[in-house]
Design a protein around this ligand. Structure first.
Ligand code: ADP
Ligand code: MG
Length: 423
């Protein structure tokens, strides 16, 4: 059977949803089964010791497990629904459960912490190179790149009414830049590491602080550089405060150069900031954290973030990010407001608390109920009343999580996102 047939896809979807079932739900199912066995065993013992049919029946009737068996999936459903209302689409109960345990949040810079709408703030040509020549080469190099930097460069060329030819070949090194060829010429656009990697001889222009700089080289000769700046999300500062209040450690991982990263991260109070990372290094850093026992949520938007998103305990893609990021992630943040992510962490924690309360409550009620019934203190009618009331109470406890209209925080999603999932 082909994986790409409609049936194959349905099977795959079922397999995926089975794998992403919350472990707590499996525990709940097992526990409910044990409770039934426990009630039957107690009933048998009661009958053997007392030969009282009334007490025996009361023992069987009083023990309920619906608070666990039905309450758990209901709470998870409610949690996922409420998270969706808050703007985070979670791809399964498993991930909601992990979200409830997250203690470390790792953010990517460009497009996650910043708006992902960079603007060109300065252009420096090398002596003897005209601005038109530099921008034409840059726009040609960036013609096919999906990176937000590329869009900024193309936009700037348009502003100068420069139209660039389409390159013959295109090559992209994540976290470094792009290389294209056109009629036998090669053009590079990327960071310093990219220039060094491709053997562009120095001296390279001096670093311009506080911006992301893209060097442009044609046939291994530097033509100049384009400096780009991207603003932090307006909600970024408040989101960072909310992260801290929720007791989460914050880490910033970026492929960008140190000065640009420090400039952005400086005032935000990250616990750890690491610049100059290649995609594989980002995922290595995340792996280090998970190995150290941290439960890591990684938020990213780019192709370069995909390996780290997969590596984290839970990967969250920005709604406006690349398709690759969205497909590698376990959850998607619509609207890109990081505060909504904190809100969902609180929802997940609350969901966990509710499930645990139901577990404990059911066990206590069942234990007391069975003890009273076996000693003959309960008649079947009272046993039924206790069973139904307690189960109802626990189910209603879970149902508190089901989203209501009024629970929506009054925050409009600040950017519309087009979402497309592969499955
Ligand atoms: P971040 O981790 O901050 O999102 P990336 O890993 O996407 O950053 O990019 C890291 C660096 O790689 C950029 O700051 C830039 O210097 C360089 N780079 C990546 N893609 C391109 C591109 N298309 N053109 C030029 N430079 C690029
Ligand atoms: Mg990014």
């Amino acid at each position: 059977m082909g994986r790409n047939t409609a049936f194959g896809r349905i099977v795959e979807a079922v397999e995926t949803s089975e794998r992403s079932r919350a472990p707590i739900q499996k525990t709940a199912d097992r526990m409910a089964g044990y409770l039934v066995c426990f009630a039957l065993a107690c009933a048998a013992v009661t009958f053997l010791l007392t030969h009282n049919a009334r007490s025996t029946i009361s023992v069987i009737i009083v023990a309920g497990a619906c608070g666990i068996a039905a309450g758990t999936p209901l709470a998870i459903l409610g949690g996922i629904g409420r998270a969706a209302r808050a703007g985070v689409i979670i791809k399964g109960g498993l991930f909601l459960e992990i979200l409830g345990k997250v203690d470390t949040v790792v953010l990517d810079k460009t497009g996650t912490l910043t708006l992902g709408q960079p603007r060109v703030v300065a252009i420096d040509e090398e002596p003897g190179v005209s601005r038109t020549e530099l921008l034409r080469a840059a726009a040609m190099a960036e013609a096919r790149s999906e990176h937000t930097i590329a869009a900024a460069v193309r936009q700037e060329a348009l502003r100068y009414e420069i139209s660039a030819p389409s390159p013959d070949t295109f090559d992209f090194t994540p976290g470094r830049g792009v290389m294209v060829t056109y009629r036998g010429e090669s053009v590079l656009a990327g960071n310093r590491a990219m220039m060094v990697e491709f053997g562009v001889p120095g001296p390279l222009p001096k670093v311009r602080p506080n911006t992301t700089e893209i060097l442009i080289a044609r046939n291994r000769k530097v033509l100049g550089r384009i400096c780009i700046s991207d603003e932090v999300h307006p909600e970024g500062v408040e989101a960072m405060r909310e992260f801290r209040e929720a007791g989460l450690a914050t880490v910033l991982l970026s492929g960008d150069a140190s000065t640009a990263v420090q400039h952005t991260a400086g005032k935000l109070g990250f616990d750890v900031v690491i610049p100059d990372l290649l995609p594989a290094q980002k995922s290595d850093r995340v792996a280090e954290l998970t190995r150290a026992g941290k439960v890591v949520a990684m938020l990213g938007d780019g192709i370069n973030d995909a390996p780290a998103l997969m590596q984290a305990s839970i990967g969250i893609a920005m709604g406006s990010g690349t398709d690759v990021a969205r497909e590698s992630a376990d959850a998607v943040l619509l609207g890109d407001d990081l505060r909504r992510f904190v809100e969902v962490i609180h929802i997940a924690r609350r969901c966990r608390r509710i499930i645990m309360t139901n577990f404990a409550g059911t066990l206590i009620v069942d234990a007391i109920g069975v003890a009273l019934a076996s000693f003959g203190f309960l008649n079947p009618l009272l046993a039924v009343t206790i069973h139904v009331t307690s189960d109802l109470a626990f189910i209603l406890n879970s149902a508190r999580l089901l989203p209501r209209r009024t629970c929506l925080r009054n925050r409009p999603l600040n950017r519309t996102s087009t979402l497309s999932f592969a499955h």
